[in-house]
Design a protein around this ligand. Structure first.
Ligand code: BMA
Length: 841
């Protein structure tokens, strides 16, 4: 049987200046490492320096600026290990680095065994002849990414944020982004292994659902094997297991084998909102007679998935169809969860995917400026029933597709990544890059050479490789893509940066982008004009909670307008948050008000956009928020901050992403319509109460409306004229809809922006009851209308079922508070609304 030995322990690390030491000496067995640091593998240099107290926390204050020296150094890792070579005399042995970040030279026992220049692909070396009995010594040298790439040619290339990144296959956000600092990571960021092979190994496997018809699924499996000895007769034993059910087959295999399995009554993989994400165990054993030589084990979800690009009338669409069901993709964009990518723990990924599910999301987009995520991310998405839109890691830049070595490197990367990810049921689409074709079109007026450097990657190389490596999924050349301007409403997917960035549409490819940088130009109300087919990015900034700002800003600078607070805003035009608040909430006067107002503007903006997109189902079939998460504590578009602390936008999104949505739409100056969007696969029958009240609770209009809404549609239930509703004081009244079925949320529409509402003070009455040792029930009741009720609690220790909500006059709401760290006894909660008499922040 083949064996794997991990070589993750007892590595040492040291930095050198360029030309300070001679490579052949540092790589030598027994090089003096008394001054070297212990280093965790997988990990990275920055987190090691931090753990050893050699740098101050780069996420606090402006410390990150003091860390730049790290990127100029040459970093060496080394370790010694004992290997019983005699025991494995007739085996083939590979040394495998699953992730080297990035310009690495590897030495074994003082001898250079190879180089590697891609963070995303493993570096594998045949060391059969090079290993020694007893002590062996590995050294890895990492050259400075900046000095290597400084020597490259940038003529004719355009780029955002930094030019060097175009020449290096590593996380592009390392070089700074409009939500992240420049931290150019370096190090061994994934496992190091010795793989000891007997006579053969399984190289890779491709498993896929061909079709599901008449309750029978046809599953195809291709197995690619490699023999290390000649004339060995092998078989592959294949098992597909679900609980007590097992389907198995044995096939002869030399270098490859293909087979098809029929699964009767298959347990299908669904997104969590449509069903259960059922997963089979696929076990493949490579056998010689009865001896197992190698084994491949994976989870596998049986499902069909396609992207429908035309409806039956020939109109354009961009709709994911899962197991024959058209779905509306509700989700967000995902960026690396920490700047120290190598050091992110698996547990962090589990929490993030849980958070996305809690927010009623069924899709995450792995954005092209980060990394192909770690296995745990996809495993969790598979398990939790969340689809993944997978970008290839190219973003907002030209890339040197004229360079032979670069292209070979990219080719290997694509082959590796596709093979590594194609067996995940969650993986829904391959996408060439983030925003490159679109931005290129905007740059054209200033370019002398119109060619898009990089196009050969997205328009030739990727489709060519995918046609054989994974023809089962749609390959989409970029996000956004489709139409004359690749960001058009007419076709494909779209990023809505009219809102927040003030871009003026319609816009034609090759024209400069016009901007309207005024409060109304960037206003979220502009979502109402969006006729896009699938909105893969849209969003706006909000501050994180105060606790997060306290964690990264010195106390003396914790005030609105301080240098430190502004430093936390990495947007290219940092005043856009001010424009947004000017439009909707009015300008804040202090830090607490800034946190509240920016959160309220973001949350209401997302709600407005999502309601609009969901009402347009199926012409619009997706809404992915920019962005779910952060890589450090920052003022950004995220709805959950770096420490996993939710902003108001998280709770608003959780509500408007619920499978059944009731919403109002203003149509012109007099008409308001009521809509039901039903994403479930069941008919929805209910009686809705619609009414107009003032903030004291006086009813001006009331009506009961019975509704029967078919499965999986969005319908307009009724139109009202404001006159008939008796709307009189638009700054003092609101329209509401309340369902009978209390698993569905009511909704409220205001006739004015928050800044123009005339809210009377309200008093909140609260009651707390123990449900169990770590669960409490909190009842909150108001007299007058309560706007943006905020529950403040021990933020890292507890979880609340809802937060930042409105209460109608007289309304009571029950919140469940759960303890995460068993500290519920010290429950110290404060509840306040923006207009409550006692405001406590
Ligand atoms: C889009 C994204 C990111 C960026 C975000 C906010 O362009 O793809 O590149 O961070 O908008 O500006």
């Amino acid at each position: 049987m083949n064996m794997k030995m991990f070589l993750n322990d007892e590595w040492k690390l040291q930095g050198f200046d360029e030309n300070e030491a001679c490579d052949s000496e540092v790589a030598m067995v027994g090089y003096d490492d008394s001054e070297w640091m212990d280093v965790k593998v997988p990990g990275d240099v920055h987190s090691t320096l931090l753990n050893h107290g050699k740098i101050e926390d780069p996420f606090f204050s402006t410390n990150v600026e003091k860390c730049r020296w790290i990127e100029d150094k040459i970093w060496w890792y080394h370790k010694e290990f004992i290997f019983d070579k005699d025991k494995y005399a007739d085996k083939t042995i590979e040394l495998k680095f699953n992730g080297l970040d990035t310009f690495a030279t590897v030495y074994l026992n003082g001898e250079k065994i190879g180089k590697h220049e891609n963070m995303f692909t493993p570096a594998v070396f045949d060391v059969t002849e090079k290993l020694k009995q007893g002590a062996n010594y590995i050294a890895v040298k990492f050259d400075s990414t900046i000095s290597v790439t400084n020597r490259k040619n940038y003529d004719k290339m355009w780029y955002s944020y930094n030019r060097n990144r175009a020449w290096v296959r590593k996380a592009q956000m390392n070089f700074r982004w409009d939500w992240g600092p420049r931290i150019i990571t370096v190090g061994i960021w994934k496992d190091v292994e010795l793989n000891i092979y007997d006579i053969a190994k399984i190289e890779d496997v491709f498993v896929r659902t061909e079709k599901v018809e008449n309750n029978i699924a046809e599953v195809s499996i291709d197995i690619n094997a490699k023999a290390f000895k000649e004339d060995v007769e092998l078989v592959a034993e294949v098992e597909l297991i679900y609980g007590n059910e097992k389907i198995n087959e044995v096939v002869p295999i030399s270098d490859g084998a293909s087979l098809k399995l029929s699964v009767t009554n298959p347990k299908l993989w669904w997104t969590h909102d449509l069903g259960d994400p059922c997963l089979y165990d696929l076990v493949i054993r490579l056998k010689k007679h009865n001896d197992v030589i190698d084994e491949y084990v994976t989870k596998f979800g049986i499902r069909t998935l396609e992207v429908k690009q035309k409806d039956s009338k020939g109109n354009n669409r961009f709709t994911f169809v899962l197991n024959g069901v058209e779905l509306f993709a509700k989700g967000a964009n995902w960026i690396p969860a920490h700047n120290f990518i190598g050091a992110i723990e698996n547990e962090t990924y589990v929490k993030w995917v849980d958070t996305a599910k809690e927010c009623n999301m069924n899709m995450l987009r792995v954005w092209g400026g980060g990394i192909y995520e770690k296995d745990i991310f996809y495993q969790e998405c598979d398990k939790q029933g969340i689809l993944v839109w997978q970008d290839f890691m190219f973003a907002c830049s030209s890339y040197p597709d004229f360079d032979h070595d670069f292209m070979n490197n990219v080719r290997e990367e694509i082959i590796y990544v596709v093979k590594a990810l194609r067996n995940y049921a969650c993986l829904a689409i391959w996408c060439g890059n983030n925003e490159i074709q679109w931005i290129h079109g905007q740059k054209m007026p200033e370019l002398k050479d119109m060619r898009l450097y990089g196009e050969k990657i997205y328009h030739d190389l990727m489709p060519e490789l995918l046609s054989s490596l994974d023809p089962t999924r749609l390959y989409w050349p970029s996000s956004p893509f489709g139409g004359n301007d690749p960001n058009s409403d007419e076709e494909g997917d779209k990023h809505n940066w009219q809102v927040w960035a003030g871009q003026v549409y319609p816009h034609k490819q090759g024209e400069p982008m016009r901007q309207d940088n005024t409060p109304s130009g960037i206003s979220f109300k502009r979502f109402a004009q969006d006729m896009g087919k699938f909105i893969s990015e849209f969003g706006m900034h909000a501050a994180p909670v105060l606790e997060t700002l306290k964690d990264c800003i010195p106390e003396k600078d914790l005030y609105y307008g301080s240098f430190e607070l502004r430093y936390r805003n990495r947007d290219k035009r940092p005043d856009r948050g001010i424009l947004l608040m000017e439009d909707y909430t009015g300008l804040p006067s202090d830090l607490n008000e800034y946190i509240d107002y920016s959160m309220l503007a973001q949350a209401e903006g997302l709600k407005f956009g999502i309601e609009h997109y969901r009402r347009r189902k199926p012409e619009c079939s997706g809404a992915l928020i920019w962005q779910l998460n952060d890589c450090w504590p920052v003022l950004s578009w995220s709805i959950v901050d770096f420490y996993l602390r939710p902003k108001a936008g998280f709770y608003y999104t959780k509500r408007v992403f619920k499978p059944i949505l009731l919403s109002f739409k203003e149509e012109g100056s007099d008409i308001v319509s009521l809509w039901v969007t039903n994403d479930t696969l069941n008919e929805y029958a209910d009686t809705l109460e619609v009414g107009l009240k003032d903030f004291f609770g006086n009813t001006e209009y009331y009506e009961q409306i019975p509704v029967v809404v078919p499965a999986n549609v969005s319908v307009k239930v009724k139109e009202f004229s404001k006159n008939r509703l008796n709307v009189t004081y638009t700054n003092f009244e609101f329209l509401y809809v309340t369902p009978n079925n209390d698993s569905i949320d009511s909704n409220i529409m205001f006739f004015k922006d928050y800044k123009d509402l005339n809210l009377p003070p309200c008093s909140l009455h609260t009651e707390i009851r123990n449900l169990s040792d770590n669960k409490k029930e909190l009842k909150i009741k108001t007299d007058n209308f309560a706007k943006f009720v905020k529950i403040q609690y021990l933020i890292d220790d507890m979880k609340v079922s809802d937060n930042y909500f409105d209460l109608m006059p007289g309304q009571e709401k029950v919140i469940i508070i759960e303890s995460i760290k068993n500290s519920i006894e010290q429950l110290n909660i404060k509840v306040a609304a923006l207009n409550s008499t006692k405001r406590n922040n």
